[in-house]
Design a protein around this ligand. Structure first.
Ligand SMILES: N[C@@H](CCC(=O)N[C@@H](CS)C(=O)NCC(=O)O)C(=O)O
Length: 223
């Protein structure tokens, strides 16, 4: 039996969505973030040494890293669904977006989250102006321009086909859902980028996405 080790408000939501799209039976083991640090609880380190979510166990197999998990589940249980045919241009686009989501889109979004925490973290009053100035400069000179660059790129790419790897939904769209949802929550992704907002509306309307939300519990991404 597949077990998804699922942290609230996290990337593992997209693994639940994939399994719902595939109609594969699975169990959800829930973990709660620490309310102060937002880190995963130590119990998750008993499953995988990094203690991050998602982690999936399937019989003897323990697999972390959402891209690897999504590729494994689609390959093992998909019967060809949600993956473009091998050797086609869409398959290469699929591979590209599968890696791009965590490798390129997420880093500036994560930096934004971290530097915004620095701005608001409790600290001695005489340090606060310095910390705020450094964080503000990091955001305005690097992080925000990088986020804009990526959002503009993704918007343009979705002008070429309905989904990221062609005109059918693929597992790469499921992998891409998290950076886009994070961008909508914390980086100003809005109707000024109509293709990306339409993508989010389309995925949120899918019955499998809704079922996954019911299984996973609260999904309010960190701001
Ligand atoms: N690149 C990894 C990132 C895993 C990751 O950082 N997960 C976050 C949840 S969104 C997490 O577990 N955070 C809690 C922690 O680091 O303790 C993946 O895609 O699986």
């Amino acid at each position: 039996m597949i077990v998804v080790h699922h942290l609230n408000n996290s990337r593992s939501q997209r693994v639940l969505w994939l399994l719902e799209e595939l109609g594969v039976a699975y169990e959800v083991k829930r973990y709660e973030r620490d309310a102060n640090t937002m880190l995963a609880p130590p119990a998750l380190r008993a499953v995988h040494p990094l203690g991050k979510s998602p982690v999936v166990t399937d019989g003897e197999l323990t697999l972390a890293e959402s891209g690897a998990i999504i590729e494994y589940l689609a390959g093992r249980y998909g019967d060809g669904r949600l993956v473009p045919a091998a050797g086609t241009p869409d398959r290469l686009r699929y591979t590209y977006w599968m890696h791009y989501a965590e490798g390129s889109a997420m880093p500036p979004l994560l930096l934004k989250l971290v530097f915004e925490r620095v701005e608001t973290a409790p600290m001695p009053f005489f340090i606060r102006p310095v910390a705020r100035a450094i964080a503000g400069r990091a955001k305005s000179s690097f992080i925000e321009p990088q986020i804009k660059l990526h959002l503009d790129f993704m918007e343009a790419e979705l002008g070429k086909s309905t989904w990221f790897a062609g005109d059918e939904l693929t597992a790469a769209d499921i992998q891409m859902s998290f950076p886009l949802e994070a961008a909508a929550a914390r980086a100003g992704l809005d109707a000024t980028r109509p293709k990306l907002t339409a993508f989010l509306e389309r995925i949120h309307a899918r019955p499998a996405y809704k079922r996954a939300l019911e299984k996973g519990g609260p999904y309010e991404l960190l701001r």
